[in-house]
Design a protein around this ligand. Structure first.
Ligand SMILES: C[S@@+](CC[C@H](N)C(=O)[O-])C[C@H]1O[C@@H](n2cnc3c(N)ncnc32)[C@H](O)[C@@H]1O
Length: 301
């Protein structure tokens, strides 16, 4: 029975704000038995993500319980089952609106709730997007591993002069272009490069130098990125892309890595680097092991 989960959510029901929120972060391992569950609120949409198999009866009981808790506020409940072959989301209750969006501090990001795996925005990175907005003014920024350009949208909202987004997946960059349009941002200040980072340093040098480089790579992506091998390789190449006073905003968020890994990478590539800020996912993302979860460093290398 999903009683424990429903009780926790009942204590943590969102207010009437249109902003996205993580309502349950089981991945942080603070609740025994629910380590494989997260629940995100993108009003009026709830997205339940399961990283293990749960039986149908459990799912149906949870769905009914959530409908009772949210009443008319709930438009649609989608379940993302990461362990199921083929993946993708399925609707447990209600109907999807024509366009699903995540709102965050007045900015909007497109969602594809039925997509295979990641649906368009990483909720835990909200803290990073908010922070970037406060430091972006007047800066020329390189956004590596841009995904759907969430950082780029936040940087422009914070007054960035230019943002170059690089991601090897062009379809995601196209979604990024749509995200800028959705926020009525001037696309003349944004560049989209659909290339593999490790084959693009020449091109990036021609676009630079940059005042700030954002790094938020995956832990492992077959054939394209492997954290232990590629973090040192990537960091070595960054000074040639930075202005003399250039800065980095570097992130890890995989359960396999943590604050110590990130700090070691920075210290060994840039001995004497100055740390301007350290960020974690915040109150909606509690972690049993504080080294784990999202960690961001704002660094002068
Ligand atoms: C964790 S996501 C980045 C999330 C993003 N920073 C955000 O906050 O929305 C990782 C991205 O890295 C891209 N990627 C992986 N290896 C790459 C490589 N070698 N060159 C360029 N992009 C790569 C993937 O396509 C994926 O979109």
């Amino acid at each position: 029975m999903p009683h424990t989960l429903l009780d926790i959510i009942k204590q943590n029901l969102p207010d009437a704000s249109p902003d996205a929120r993580r309502l349950f972060h089981g991945r942080g391992q603070t609740v025994a038995g629910l380590e494989a569950v997260t629940l995100d609120w993108y009003p009026p949409l709830l997205v339940l993500t399961l990283y293990a198999d749960f039986d149908e009866k459990w799912l149906q009981q949870l769905s009914i319980g959530l409908q009772q808790l949210f009443e008319k506020r709930l438009g649609c409940l989608v379940c993302q089952q990461r362990r199921t072959a083929g993946g993708g989301g399925r609707i447990l209750y209600g109907r999807l609106p024509e366009q699903s969006v995540a709102q965050e501090n007045g900015l909007r990001y497109l969602l594809d709730p039925l997509a295979h795996q990641n649906i368009g925005i990483f909720p835990d990175m909200a803290v990073g997007r908010a922070y970037l907005r406060t430091i972006a003014e007047g800066k020329s920024i390189l956004n590596l591993f841009a995904y759907t350009c969430g950082f780029s949208v936040a940087a422009l909202a914070g007054g960035a002069k230019k943002v170059v987004n690089l991601d090897m997946n062009r379809r995601l960059l196209e979604r990024g272009r749509q995200n800028h349009r959705l926020n009525e941002q001037d696309l003349r200040s944004v560049v989209f490069l659909g290339h593999d980072l490790f084959k693009s340093f020449g091109r990036l040098k021609r676009e630079g130098p940059f005042d700030l480089i954002i790094l938020d790579p995956p832990f492992f992506q077959s054939g394209s990125f492997s954290a232990l091998r590629d973090w040192p390789k990537m960091l070595r190449r960054l000074p040639e892309l930075l202005t003399d006073s250039g800065e980095l905003l570097a992130a890890v968020s995989a359960p396999e890595l943590g604050a110590n890994f990130l700090r070691q990478q920075i210290d060994s590539a840039f001995p004497g680097a100055q740390i301007l800020a350290r960020l974690t996912g915040g109150a909606d993302f509690p972690e049993q092991n504080r080294d784990k979860g999202l960690h961001l460093l704002h660094v002068v290398p």
